[in-house]
Write a protein that binds this ligand. Structure first.
Ligand SMILES: *[C@@H]1O[C@H](CO)[C@@H](O)[C@H](O)[C@H]1NC(C)=O
Ligand SMILES: *[C@@H]1O[C@H](CO)[C@@H](O)[C@H](O)[C@H]1NC(C)=O
Ligand SMILES: *[C@@H]1O[C@H](CO)[C@@H](O)[C@H](O)[C@H]1NC(C)=O
Ligand SMILES: *[C@@H]1O[C@H](CO)[C@@H](O)[C@H](O)[C@H]1NC(C)=O
Ligand SMILES: *[C@@H]1O[C@H](CO)[C@@H](O)[C@H](O)[C@H]1NC(C)=O
Ligand SMILES: *[C@@H]1O[C@H](CO)[C@@H](O)[C@H](O)[C@H]1NC(C)=O
Ligand SMILES: *[C@@H]1O[C@H](CO)[C@@H](O)[C@H](O)[C@H]1NC(C)=O
Length: 355
């Protein structure tokens, strides 16, 4: 707290003023660009005077001289300054959406029916930014990364890192592929105030190498078929090698480049294919893709159709015979069961024996 010695600017022909004082409770606040700050302030003056007007001034350099300029005449403060005080003893001021050039000295002034007074001391406001760093900025997958966020204000508010609006819990981690991206640091509870963003680049050899067969499905002799290799890699894969294996041959290299093209498929192309994708960090293999060129769909369905028909024709007599036999058998059983019912219903041993 600072009790401020005062300057008096006497109104022309006014009498000598009695004592007044201004107290700035946070005389050197520090705040973040974009945030708000509050100057806490109180004042006192002789009871014989009546306050007509209160003002806050900013110390501005004009033509090589420091001048105090009333905030109410500075357009850039118009919508951002808010007088929290009154015309008795409170003279607080809030400044919102702070800009870099808000840094500087601020003075309080009072006009009564007898005197115009301005504080001799000032509030010194520092507007600062969050200083952020990701180190290193470019890593290989698995390397350690550290995110640092700080500010020159004391005490510093607590901050949190965000990636795509999601909070990051660990600011030191081993980089994975999906850690690549843009990070910002924000003041907790004040998410509108954020740092400039920092970018992390994570490099890795190809992952998720996959092969797409076009057209998909069963392949016909003589048709055009392409195998296209894709992968996730940073930097993107630039070296593709195709391998083929069959039951009778060992693994052989059959091509290079992201697409393996067969303008006209033949049975000799059958086999298991693997694509190897690489960048300067290494290479990785796709899962195996089995290519079998055979009879077309139509042949297959005709074959299946014939098979099913033959089977039905063979089965039909058997089914008829079975049904016929079953019918007869069940008719017989019915008779027998009637007999049995009669016997069991009588429950009279002697009756049965005598009959
Ligand atoms: C202040 O706000 C009013 C209304 O919201 C707007 O018309 C005016 O341009 C603003 N002035 C400044 C200096 O930003
Ligand atoms: C501060 O900077 C803003 C733009 O960033 C400008 O509009 C304003 O006039 C400046 N204020 C002063 C007092 O120089
Ligand atoms: C690889 O595939 C998995 C499972 O689909 C996925 O979670 C992961 O993000 C992929 N990796 C990359 C680097 O795209
Ligand atoms: C190959 O990729 C798979 C995931 O697609 C990954 O689990 C494996 O570690 C990779 N191998 C190499 C040598 O990079
Ligand atoms: C395979 O690729 C070649 C050249 O890129 C193209 O002319 C052909 O139409 C493709 N064939 C299929 C089935 O996609
Ligand atoms: C591409 O990959 C093959 C197989 O791993 C390797 O022999 C070759 O040196 C690579 N070429 C380049 C330009 O990296
Ligand atoms: C990929 O497959 C080729 C051929 O089978 C093999 O020589 C190579 O070692 C494999 N590479 C990886 C990373 O598995």
């Amino acid at each position: 707290m600072i009790a401020v010695v005062l300057i008096l600017i006497m109104k022309p022909a006014g009498p000598v003023s009695a004592a007044w004082s201004v107290t700035f409770k946070n005389p050197d606040p520090c705040a973040l660009k974009g945030a708000s700050v509050e100057f806490r302030c109180s004042y006192s003056y002789p009871e014989t005077e009546n306050v007509l007007k209160t003002s806050w001034y900013k110390g501005c350099m004009k033509d090589g001289h420091w001048k105090r300029v009333d905030l109410s005449v500075l357009p850039s403060y118009q919508n951002r300054s808010e007088y929290l005080g009154d015309q008795q003893h409170s003279c607080g001021l809030a400044l919102h959406n702070l800009q870099d050039n808000d840094t500087g000295h601020y003075y309080f002034g009072l006009e009564t029916d007898k005197y115009i007074r301005q504080s001799q001391d000032s509030v010194f406001l520092s507007v600062t930014e969050l200083n952020v760093r990701v180190s290193p900025q470019r890593v290989r997958m698995g390397d350690n990364v550290k995110l640092e966020c700080g500010m020159s204000c004391e005490p510093a508010p607590s901050t949190v890192w965000l990636k795509d609006t999601q909070p990051i819990t660990n600011t030191e981690f081993q980089a994975q592929a999906d850690d690549a991206g843009t990070y910002v640091c924000v003041v907790e509870g004040l998410e509108s105030v954020n740092s400039h963003s920092v970018t992390l680049d994570v490099q890795y050899s190809p992952l998720n190498v996959s092969v797409e067969v076009t057209p998909p499905g069963l392949l016909a002799v003589g048709s055009s078929v392409n195998l296209t290799c894709s992968s996730a890699a940073n930097p993107v894969a630039d070296n593709y090698t195709w391998y083929r294996a069959t039951a009778s041959t060992s693994i052989t290299q059959v091509g290079s480049g992201p697409v393996l093209s067969f303008p006209s498929m033949e049975e000799s192309h059958n086999g298991v294919y693997v694509c190897q994708a690489g960048n300067h960090l290494g290479e990785n293999n796709s899962t195996e893709v089995l290519l079998t060129v055979g009879r077309t769909d139509i042949y297959k369905s005709i074959l299946i159709g014939i098979g099913v028909t033959v089977l039905l024709l063979l089965l039909l007599p058997l089914v008829i015979i079975w049904i016929w036999k079953h019918y007869r058998k069940s008719a017989d059983t019915e008779e027998h069961s009637h007999d049995y019912e009669n016997v069991s219903a009588s429950h009279d041993y002697e009756n049965v024996t005598t009959s």
